[in-house]
Structure formats: structure tokens, C-alpha cells
Design a protein around this ligand. Structure first.
Ligand code: SER
Length: 875
């Protein structure tokens, strides 16, 4: 079976068992403070497990894009070194939300593996949770009993909490699990060593392929477990490992999932994969990482300097560095894999296929910029090694290695390799210490303690902010957070008019009021589907009914900007083309910011045209057409432009301003009709990444303020020009006049300089056999001083000259020494001028034959002359 069929068989098998096939959620997670990337198939179903979301379909199956590079599940360092860990991988899963439990999960898993995929029964092992005293949990007797009947007691392994109790993160849904492991070694190897003894021992051919989790508990921040409202099943099978097993390969990279990528890289490096372990690792790293990077970008996460974007940047750099060091790649190379990748996922993950050109462009730019950093880092390292080679010390210090790592992205092994090549060693302990210090620093910055939710009363939670700015509310639950040593609180209300930050629109602020006391709501954010209000104090009566009031002015300005963003998006697609897709947005009460895919800078005409269209649409006063609770599929049929972040089970909101013009999926708040926006003005257009442009704009009151400010400025300028009829003509005249004056001034200055020069020539004095000129001069500019100095140097032999200049009110000294005197008398104009400059509270320097200095104290020029004369007499 090829990988496409293996995937299809899985989904079909569970479909036949009554499961609905659902799409993968995006790999990049929004609205969950505990998670950056999807790290397991169950992430998108977290709220079903916790009972926060009503279950409509109780059995689903899918293949989920996962990324395990941060947080609790992090495999990054293993990737490439071994043959069965990945950054991005597909997790095939089947789920029961309060439907079937252990029996069906176990029986179906066995049937699929042994009947459909025909994996040999005598090569499979099942593990069972042995219990855990600290959590007060018994061994999983049910799972044991079920497996005993299927696989036999001797093929069951007992696993500890570490291996057989699955948890999503430090908190959240969890439960005991049964893993299925497969032994893919040869007959001889199996005969020599029992497979059972190799389970969970990091053997590359005795690997876990499937994890069946029986979700029963919620891990609280306190560490305690509470029972979930119902029991669920969450299974996850590593697709790439399954392909290795079904296709009878020894490595995930030998399956058809990776082979095309491996071959392309081997061909580019002009080598055969399998000949040299170091180079093989590099090829594996690249083939793995390009998948992680590409899917993240296609899901809307561009590489950047912080958060999830930084994780992606680091993965990309790791791959580039492997290519650079071990395969000799000096040019961007990863982006060339995009067509192969898109081809492989055709029909599975359409988002990659439709965006392959864009993704390739972003990857290429990132590669190029990192290659430049690498080159700069190499130069820095060259300086370090050259210095060390000359000194006694032959060790690159931990600090230096860390600087290379931190600033130039040099991993330790690269620095160490180059050190060895130069006969130097490296202080690895010092490096580790520096690294630890930095980690401690960033940990200290990020300390954020979050208490458990404390229930005040049960009940559903409702958002009423689309229709109301005020409403009665009671507290459902609250918790304490400590951030930067400050205590704050988060509240969940039974109903709330407060919009929680999402879809680019900032959260509402406002207040809660009860019994004459007011509590400020500082921000509102989403946590999965919860609307969380940030407040700085708790009300004394937690059970009171509050009047919840949104800051209406801020909301209204924000709303104008949000609707304008939709009009802008549609206008951009009209003017630039339908390749324009939203890449990010920020909408607040001050302005809007819209990032979109487009490959070149917008011309002034394009910007003007976009602005014109938006303002026409504003004046057309298009009525808002808002549809709530639309199933996602239906919304797409309406032609709605989907963003990232929608997932299975989501009912979406469709916002239409003229169905021929702008239809978007959006949870944000909008104006009832476009006239409310008043006016839109684009204030800037720039690039934020390869292929991504950013437009910033203002609307309504802010746009009016902007134009008023411009007008005031214009009026002030006109007043300065004495209110001419035509200000532009007046300014052009002024410029012309100024130019003519400047020209005239130039010749006057030149004449003046010539006069000064003549005068100085007359003042040359013979002192011994040196011609000296020590004079104060008044000149219009520093250039004139320099010109005179050089002209006199050429005209007068054996010259020692000090000019103490008053240059348009500022002191400046020039010292000239004829070349022969420099040698014969060992005079150095630079040293002399430095000495003289003290008198004018300044400094300077220069060559032995000519030097200048500027200063602050013009009254010191006389002293300069005095001192210069003393110097002459001492020569
Ligand atoms: N959540 C489990 C895992 O990730 C099974 O899907 O392994």
C-alpha cells in the first residue's frame, strides 16, 4: 500500500464504524494560552472532553497535522538523528466523545492493524497502565482484561505514568492509555533478542505506532485530578511510522512519505543517501523540517522573532545549517522542495497545495537571510580563531561560542567543528553555563502563575456583545494570575457584552458595576471558547449581579476600523488580484493594520485606487448582512473567504457587505452600514516579510483628525508665506530665490577666501629656516579653511602654519606642516592640533602634514595663537 492508500484505509475503516471524517485543525493554535502548536489529534477536541462544548457528533476520525517542537511534547533534538521522530507528523485518530470506551477502541485497533493492514500479530505488543500511587490510580484492569483476550498476557507490557498515562500538557484532559508497539526487525534479530524486552527502549525498529487514550480526568493547575463529566476515547497513530510498518521498511524516511524529498536533496548534494551517516542525518533533518515549516506558513504562521514565529524560524535555521555544514549548500535550497511536498499532499491538505508558491517564496527569503547571517558569523568566528591562534590561549570561550549561537544562529557543533579545523578547542561547559543563564533570564521574564478556576455558580456562558453594549452579568468562575509579581484576576461571566480579542480585533474594555462599586475591565481575551475578563480587583460580593458596561467609544471606533478592513481586503483583491489573501490583521480604536500576500510594493496609483474603492463603498452605505451560526461548509459555499483557525464543529459567522463585494468569515464586530465608517485613509504601505505587504489605515474620527491636522499645518504654512493666492507658486518662488542667493553667496565666499589667502601670504614670517603663518582668520565655511590651507601648503615651502578660524561663529583650527618638515623636525600636525584644540574646548586630529580640530569655545582662539607661537619658538 502506498501512503495515500494507508491514510485512506484508516479513515474509511472508522467511517464504516460510524465515525464522521473531519478535517485536520490548523497546526498553528490560536486562542489557547497553554499551547503554541497542535501537538496531538485531540487538541481541537479539548473542549468536548472538558464538557465546554456540546457534542453533536459523538464519533469522529481524521488525520491531524501535528508539531512537537515546544512545551511538554518536544522531539526536536531527536529529529534526523534517529529514523522515527519528526517535528511535523500526521496523527491518524479516532474519537469517542462520551460514546464508546475501551472495548471498542481496543478491538477496532486490533482489527485495523491485523486485518486491514495485515500486520503480523506476533510482532505486536500492547502496553497497559500499571497505576500510580501519587495520583491514587489503580492499574487499568479493564484494558488488561481486553488485551489479554486478544493478544495474550505474554505480549502485554505494564507501563508507568511516564509511558502509559497521557496528558496534553501541564493541565487539561488526560487518562490512562494503551500503546501498540511493533517489532520490525529481521527474523534472525527477533530470534536472538526477544522483542518484548526492546519495547520503549528507543530501538529504531521496535517502535510505538498507536496510542489509545482513555480520557477520564482533568489535570488541574494544583496537580490534582478531577473526573471529567464523561468518558472518552482519543487515539493517535503516527502515520509515518504506520507507513514504515505496512511497507516493511526499516526507517520512516524509507517510505514513500519521505523518499521523494530525500532523493531530491541527495541529488542536489550529488551523493547517495545511505553512504555517509552524517550526510544522511542532514538530509533527514531537511526532509523533515521543510514539512514543519511549510505547513506552519500555510497555516498563517510566518517566521518571526518571537513566539510561534520564532519556533518556525529556528526549525528552518536548523535545517539550513545542516545543509550548509554537511552538504555544502551555500545557496537557498529548501524552497525547491515545495512542489514535491505540495504534490504529496494533494487531496489531503489543500491549504499547502493552494499556497505553494507563496510558501516557497517565504522559505527562500528566510533561507537567504539566514545564509547571510551565517556568513557574517563565519567572519566573526574567523576573527576569533585568528586571535586565538596568535595567543597562548587555544580555547574558544563559552561566551564567544554563545554569542555565535545567540546572534548568528551557530549551533555548538558547528563552532566546535570549525574550532577543531583550526587546531583549537572549545569550552563546552562555559557554553552550557551561558545557555542556562539565558534560559533562567527568560524564564524569570515569563513567570506567570495561573491558579485553578474557582467555580462561583454553574451555568452556560453567553456572548451578547453583537447586539448589546451593556447587560446584567453574574460571575460563573474566576481565577488568580500572577504576572511580573502583580496579582490580577480573570472572570468568566454568565453573559457578557465584552468582545474577547480575536480575529485581529482587540478585546473590549469597560467596567462591572454592582452595589455602587465599579471594577474596571482592563482587557478581554479568549481561552478556547471561554471569554475571559481581566480585572485588577475582585468584587467583595462574588455572587452579585453586575451591570457589565463596554467602553462604547472605543468599541465604536474599533468597529469602524474592522468593517473598513473588510472593505479594504475586497478592494485589494479587485485592484491587485485574487492572490491577495489575509495574512494577519490588527484592529483597534486608533487604526487598522492589514497584512496580505502580494509580491511587490504597491504603486501610488494602486494605493490611490484601493483607497478610492473603499471610500466609494463607504458612501454607498452598504447594509451589514450578518449570519450567525452557519456551519463552516455552508459558509464556504457562500463564497466566504476563510481565514485560519476554523476547526471541526465550529459554526461560523458570515459578514457580508454586498454579496458581490465582500463576504468573510468573521467573529468580529461590524458597523450596521458602511456610512458609519465615514472615511478611510491609508497612512502607510510596507513589506513585513517575503511576499507579505502591510497596509495601515485610519477611519472616521481618526481620519478626520488626520485631515484637520494636515489642514492646520497647511494654513500655518500659508500664514508664514503671508497668505499668497497660490501657496505652491509661492514656495517654488522661494526655492528659486534661495537657490539664486546661494549661488551669489558662493562666489562672494570664494572671493572672500581668496582675499584671506592673499593676506596670509603677505604675513609669512621666516623664523629660523621655517616659514611660519600663525593667524586668526574669519571664513564663511570649513571648506574655505581647508582650501586655503592646501593652497598655501602648495605655494609656500618649509611651511608651518596654524590658522585659528572663526567659521561663521564657530572655532576651528587647521595646522599645516610641509612634508620635509614632518621628517626633518619630526612635527606632526595631528598631535599639534590636539594640543591646541584644548584651548577651544574641542578635539580633532589628522595626518602629520595636515590636521583640523573643532571646538566649543570661540574665545579660546587667542590662546591658540599664543600657544602656536610658543611651539614655533620651541622648534
Ligand atoms: N493524545 C494521544 C497522543 O497524542 C493519542 O491521540 O499520543
Amino acid at each position: 500500500m502506498d501512503s495515500k492508500s494507508i491514510r485512506k484505509e484508516f479513515l474509511n475503516f472508522f467511517k464504516e464504524k460510524g465515525h464522521q471524517i473531519v478535517p485536520s485543525a490548523p497546526m498553528v493554535v490560536k486562542n489557547d494560552p497553554t499551547l503554541m502548536f497542535t501537538n496531538a489529534g485531540m487538541n481541537q477536541f479539548k473542549d468536548f472532553f472538558l464538557g465546554h462544548k456540546t457534542v453533536e457528533v459523538s464519533k469522529v476520525t481524521d488525520t491531524q497535522k501535528c508539531l512537537r517542537v515546544s512545551g511538554k511534547h518536544n522531539d526536536l533534538e531527536e529529529v534526523g538523528m534517529d529514523t522515527y521522530h519528526h517535528t511535523m507528523f500526521e496523527m491518524l485518530g479516532n474519537w469517542s466523545f462520551g460514546d464508546y470506551f475501551k472495548k471498542e477502541a481496543i478491538e477496532w485497533a486490533w482489527e485495523l492493524l491485523t486485518v486491514v493492514y495485515k500486520l503480523p500479530k506476533d510482532r505486536l505488543y500492547a502496553s497497559v497502565f500499571e497505576g500510580d500511587k501519587s495520583d491514587g490510580l489503580e492499574m487499568d484492569h479493564d484494558a488488561f482484561g481486553l488485551w489479554k483476550d486478544i493478544i495474550g498476557e505474554d505480549r502485554i507490557i505494564y507501563g508507568s505514568k511516564k509511558d502509559n498515562f497521557w496528558e496534553m500538557g501541564d493541565t487539561g484532559p488526560c487518562g490512562p492509555c494503551s500503546e501498540l508497539h511493533i517489532d520490525l526487525r529481521t527474523e534472525e534479530e527477533c530470534a536472538a533478542v526477544d522483542g518484548k524486552s526492546l519495547v520503549n527502549e528507543d530501538h529504531p525498529q521496535v517502535v510505538e505506532i498507536w496510542n489509545l487514550v482513555f480520557m477520564q480526568y482533568n489535570r488541574l493547575a494544583s496537580g490534582e485530578l478531577e473526573n471529567l463529566p464523561s468518558q472518552h476515547v482519543d487515539t493517535g497513530m503516527g502515520f509515518e511510522r504506520l507507513c514504515m510498518a505496512v511497507q516493511g521498511e526499516k526507517s520512516n524516511y524509507d517510505t514513500d512519505v519521505f523518499k521523494p524529498l530525500i532523493e531530491a536533496m541527495a541529488k542536489k548534494a550529488k551523493l547517495t543517501y545511505g553512504d555517509d551517516e552524517k550526510k544522511d542525518i542532514a538530509i533527514r533533518v531537511i526532509s523533515d523540517h521543510i514539512r514543519a515549516i511549510s505547513f506552519a506558513i500555510a497555516d498563517g504562521q510566518l517566521p518571526s522573532n518571537n513566539g510561534a514565529g520564532y519556533v518556525i524560524r529556528r526549525i528552518l535555521r536548523r535545517a539550513v545549517r545542516y545543509g550548509y555544514t554537511f552538504l555544502g549548500f551555500r545557496e537557498a535550497f529548501m524552497y525547491e522542495l515545495l512542489p514535491i511536498l505540495a504534490d504529496q499532499f494533494d487531496g489531503v491538505f489543500p491549504e499547502l497545495v493552494s499556497q505553494k508558491d507563496f510558501v516557497a517564496k517565504v522559505v527562500k527569503e528566510e533561507e537567504l537571510s539566514f545564509l547571510r547571517t551565517l556568513e557574517t558569523g563565519l567572519k566573526r568566528l574567523e576573527v576569533i580563531t585568528d586571535d586565538l591562534k596568535k595567543s597562548e590561549e587555544k580555547i574558544i570561550s563559552g561566551k564567544q561560542a554563545f554569542e555565535l549561537y545567540d546572534t548568528f544562529g551557530f549551533p555548538l557543533d558547528l563552532t566546535s567543528l570549525i574550532a577543531r579545523e583550526n587546531g583549537l578547542s572549545l569550552d563546552e561547559e562555559g557554553f552550557t553555563a551561558e545557555m542556562k543563564q539565558q534560559k533562567d533570564r527568560s524564564k524569570a521574564d515569563a513567570v506567570k502563575e495561573m491558579g485553578d478556576w474557582i467555580m462561583v455558580k454553574d451555568g452556560d456562558v453567553e456572548f451578547i456583545g453583537y447586539d448589546h453594549l451593556e447587560g446584567d452579568a453574574t460571575i460563573v468562575k474566576y481565577r488568580t494570575i500572577v504576572e511580573k509579581k502583580k496579582e490580577r484576576y480573570q472572570l468568566v461571566l454568565n453573559q457578557t457584552p465584552f468582545y474577547a480579542e480575536s480575529g485581529g480585533q482587540v478585546g473590549d474594555t469597560g467596567h462591572l458595576e454592582a452595589n455602587g462599586t465599579k471594577i474596571s475591565v482592563l482587557d478581554t481575551k479568549k481561552e478556547n471558547d471561554l471569554i475571559v475578563h481581566f480585572v485588577d480587583k475582585l468584587p467583595s460580593d462574588l455572587k452579585a449581579t453586575f451591570k457589565a458596561v463596554v467602553n462604547a467609544n472605543k468599541r465604536s471606533l474599533t468597529t469602524n476600523n474592522h468593517s473598513a478592513t473588510h472593505l479594504l481586503h475586497a478592494a485589494l483583491r479587485q485592484v491587485l488580484g485574487t492572490h491577495v489573501e489575509q495574512r494577519g490583521s490588527l484592529v483597534n480604536e486608533k487604526a487598522l493594520r492589514f497584512d496580505f500576500s502580494h509580491f511587490s510594493k504597491l504603486t501610488e496609483e494602486e494605493i490611490a485606487e484601493v483607497e478610492r474603492i473603499v471610500n466609494v463603498k463607504i458612501r454607498e452605505n452598504i447594509q451589514l448582512d450578518e449570519k450567525r451560526n452557519v456551519p463552516i461548509e455552508e459558509a464556504k459555499e457562500m463564497g466566504a473567504m476563510a481565514l485560519f483557525g476554523e476547526k471541526y464543529g465550529d459554526n461560523v459567522r458570515v459578514i457580508t457587505f454586498d454579496k458581490e463585494y465582500s463576504v468573510e468569515l468573521c467573529g468580529g464586530i461590524h458597523v450596521p452600514a458602511t456610512c458609519h465608517i465615514g472615511l478611510m485613509k491609508i497612512t502607510s504601505e510596507s513589506s513585513i516579510a517575503a511576499g507579505v505587504r502591510r497596509i495601515e489605515a485610519i477611519t472616521s474620527q481618526n481620519a478626520q483628525d488626520y485631515f484637520n491636522k494636515q489642514e492646520t499645518e497647511y494654513n500655518e504654512i500659508k500664514a508664514l508665506l503671508k497668505d499668497p493666492k497660490d501657496a505652491k507658486v509661492a514656495i517654488v518662488n522661494l526655492i528659486d530665490e534661495r537657490n539664486a542667493l546661494l549661488k551669489a553667496m558662493e562666489s562672494v565666499n570664494a572671493e572672500r577666501a581668496q582675499m584671506v589667502k592673499k593676506d596670509l601670504l603677505n604675513k609669512v614670517q621666516l623664523s629660523g629656516n621655517i616659514n611660519t603663518v600663525i593667524e586668526k582668520v574669519s571664513l564663511p565655511n570649513a571648506d574655505a579653511l581647508k582650501t586655503i590651507a592646501f593652497e598655501l601648503k602648495n605655494q609656500v615651502q618649509d611651511l608651518f602654519m596654524v590658522l585659528a578660524g572663526d567659521i561663521d561663529g564657530k572655532p576651528q583650527i587647521a595646522v599645516v606642516v610641509s612634508d620635509n618638515l614632518v621628517k626633518e623636525k619630526e612635527l606632526h600636525a595631528g598631535n599639534i592640533v590636539r594640543e591646541l584644540a584644548k584651548e577651544i574646548k574641542g578635539g580633532g586630529g589628522g595626518q602629520p602634514f595636515y590636521a583640523t580640530a573643532g571646538g566649543k569655545d570661540i574665545s579660546g582662539l587667542d590662546k591658540v595663537i599664543e600657544k602656536a607661537k610658543q611651539i614655533v619658538s620651541s622648534i
